[in-house]
Design a protein around this ligand. Structure first.
Ligand code: G4P
Ligand code: NA
Ligand code: NA
Length: 191
């Protein structure tokens, strides 16, 4: 997605050849027109998949997933992150390990908002280790739904996320794939 690569080149800040900060248009300030375009691109990639519901995770996934949900005209639900939960039987949950915080957290979705038997599209902003996406996929499957795909805005292809998800059988669609960081600049993979 060329307009996204352009914004990353113009405004992204790579820290220690490790983390890409895109706070000026994606993770803090949000560019509404760019988000509309992102939603349209995700919808186009899954137009024949029969998607019935979108699942994302707070916080940064929500605004992205909303645009796709409007385009695809399907309901959207976001998973909540909690340090740990008292087990109740009214939520589905999954445990995710955060490499940045070096701790586990629980992600939960109320059973009311994840009916069984649906085709679900998972959406998130970044794909790095794939922990969050894998946790969401397991959660969705525990509800008796099918994960038809995982849509990501920015993939760090040199981290193991995509490989993990593909090995587990998921269709991963990333709008931009970063092959490497070199001298604190992004090297993109060819489309
Ligand atoms: P994972 O999501 O792939 O499992 O990796 P990790 O635990 O390391 O990620 C922690 C958080 O950092 C996640 O957001 C993830 O999306 C984000 N992240 C990973 N790599 C990058 C990067 O290079 N740049 C930016 N900007 N974010 C990255 P989160 O904690 O769930 O936060 P939120 O933004 O959804 O609130
Ligand atoms: Na994030
Ligand atoms: Na995220």
């Amino acid at each position: 997605m060329d307009i996204l690569k352009q914004r990353i080149n113009e405004e992204g800040i790579v820290l220690n050849n490790r983390v890409l900060k895109v706070d000026s248009f994606l993770n803090h300030q949000i560019d509404p027109k760019l988000f509309v375009a992102i939603g349209k691109e995700i919808a186009a990639r899954f137009k024949d998949a029969g998607i019935e519901r979108i699942v994302t995770i707070e916080a940064s996934g929500i605004a992205i997933a909303l645009q796709a949900a409007i385009e695809m005209d399907v309901p959207l639900v976001f998973a909540r992150k909690k340090k740990s939960i008292l087990m109740t039987d009214d939520v589905y949950h999954s445990v995710v390990y955060s490499y940045t915080k070096e701790e586990n957290y629980d992600v939960t979705i109320s059973k009311r908002f994840l009916p069984a038997g649906e085709k679900v599209l998972i959406i998130d902003d970044f794909l790095a280790s794939g922990e969050a996406a894998m946790g969401l996929a397991k959660l969705v499957e525990s509800a008796g739904d099918t994960v038809e795909g995982i849509a990501i805005v920015i993939e760090k292809s040199f981290q193991p996320g995509r490989e993990r998800l593909e090995r587990a059988g998921y269709n991963v669609q990333s709008l931009v794939r970063i092959k490497a960081f070199e001298d604190n600049h992004c090297v993109f993979m060819e489309d």
